[in-house]
Design a binder for this molecule. Structure first.
Ligand code: NAG
Ligand code: NAG
Ligand code: NAG
Ligand code: NAG
Length: 405
């Protein structure tokens, strides 16, 4: 194990793409299922999710970037960068509050004073301007489907806006903006809306649970309810559950499993950034830090793979300017781990720039694969590096085989 881990790290440092371009634009037999720790297609063949996050949960409730490029151009860029899937975020209130979901794209931007973005949408996606925001969301999902991009619908937050903090009142069941019953209602609506939309392959029920109200009793209680609600409204989607403490902790599942009525459709998601561990990478010895953080991650969530569940690394990423030492060292470590475990994953993020983030108009996203204009690739050497992770190394039957030689 150690040997091929370091070979992967070595190859990724050199930016060598050993398996890339094999899986481009492969059409998958949908729906997806799980088979032990693997995600498989309708024919039982392994499908590796190599996704990128596409935010649509900020104040506008509209997929970012549509003022910069036509939706079809963005979908094609996603494919051309080697991703086969998008984790497409949505705020709960989009689905539960008609006075939000039914305002038009234009009204939404107008109410936020984003007139420049309106002009951009008029040029790049004119047919979206007068659609209700919930329909604009559907148009993006449909266009991704037309381009053979699979979609994970991710309930990212309740109240539209940048996520996440311990104090944003969106963190856990019972918080001001996180009524469990309303959440179930919103999940049911989205699951129903996309029942029959075959490229919607999964729903992640809630991003990064957190804050002072977190507890495992409520986790079991509401996650089971949410999972059952989604499954009965849309039996085709995989149900993806997030852990506690910003999606870093499933330790409690080691001793008490979930109790669900359905099988073959459940997966878990983990998040892992360099800043999850402060400046540990910058301050310590990178090998030692990698070792201790990875053993921590395995203990808190990676162990679920051995218990026969898919674990998807649905958020990870780095500042692509290459100037953040903490991020750079972490990247070598996470790439080695993702290769060794042959993980399914979703990179943070597609975004070149946001319409409005944390009060700043047109904020640049240094973790985004596209540049500020959503035109070019922000850093092609980064895309080249991660392309090594975009294709499967292992089949299901080969999980103990050496994947390199
Ligand atoms: C729906 O959203 C609007 C606008 O933010 C808000 O004023 C209203 O209270 C919300 N309604 C419900 C039922 O939450
Ligand atoms: C969802 O779609 C399936 C067909 O794929 C259909 O059999 C089922 O009745 C639908 N479920 C709901 C709740 O609409
Ligand atoms: C699992 O849930 C079912 C109801 O859905 C219940 O009848 C059963 O007792 C539960 N089992 C455990 C071990 O909690
Ligand atoms: C891309 O990343 C590399 C290394 O991570 C860095 O050296 C380079 O300056 C970056 N390029 C741009 C355009 O940011």
């Amino acid at each position: 194990m150690k040997n091929h881990l370091s070979i992967f790290i070595f190859l990724s440092i050199l930016g060598i793409n050993i398996f890339g371009s094999l899986q481009r634009s492969v059409v998958v037999a949908l729906p997806l299922y799980t088979s032990s720790r693997w995600i498989v297609d309708d024919e039982g063949k392994r499908v590796k999710l190599a996704c990128v996050n596409w935010p649509s949960h900020l104040e506008t409730m509209v997929a970012e970037g549509l003022s910069k490029q036509p939706v079809d151009v963005i979908s094609k860029k996603i494919i051309s960068m080697g991703f086969n899937c998008v984790r497409f975020t949505w705020p709960l209130f989009l689905a539960t509050n008609d006075s939000l979901g039914l305002i038009t794209v234009k009204q939404s931007f107008q109410s936020l004073g984003l007139s420049e973005s309106i002009s951009g949408i008029k040029v790049n996606n004119p047919s979206l301007l007068d659609l209700p925001v919930i329909q604009a969301y559907q148009v993006v999902v449909k266009n991704l489907g037309d381009n053979n991009v699979m979609v994970i619908l991710d309930n990212h937050i309740s109240k539209p806006g940048w996520c996440c903090s311990n104090y944003d009142d969106n963190g856990f069941f019972g918080d001001k903006y996180f009524d469990p019953n309303l959440w179930i209602k919103g999940l049911t609506r989205m699951a129903t809306m996309f029942n029959g939309t075959s490229n919607v392959v999964a729903m992640s029920l809630r991003n990064e649970l957190r804050g002072s109200k977190q507890n495992t009793n409520d986790w079991y209680r509401y996650m089971q309810k949410g999972a059952e609600a989604v499954h009965s409204a849309n039996p085709n989607v995989l149900v993806i559950l997030s852990g506690l403490n910003y999606d870093k902790d499933f330790g409690f599942l080691a001793t008490k499993p979930l109790n669900l009525t359905f099988t073959g459709k459940l997966a878990f998601e983990l998040h892992w950034y360099a800043f999850s561990d402060g400046k540990a990478w910058e301050n310590g010895n990178a090998n030692q830090v990698c070792g201790s953080i990875v053993s921590n991650i395995m203990r808190r969530g990676g162990f679920l793979l051995d218990q026969g569940w898919p674990v998807i690394m649905t958020e990870w990423g780095i500042d692509q300017r290459g100037t953040n030492v903490n991020d750079n060292r972490y990247l070598n470590c996470i790439m080695g781990v993702a290769a060794e475990l042959d993980l399914d994953w979703a990179l943070w993020t597609l975004t070149g720039s946001y319409y409005l983030r944390e009060g700043v108009m047109g904020m640049d996203e240094t973790y985004g694969v596209l540049d500020w204009n959503w035109c070019g690739i922000r850093n092609s050497s980064f895309i080249e590096k991660i392309s090594a992770l975009q294709t499967p190394f292992q089949g299901m039957q080969m999980q103990n085989a050496c994947s390199i030689s």
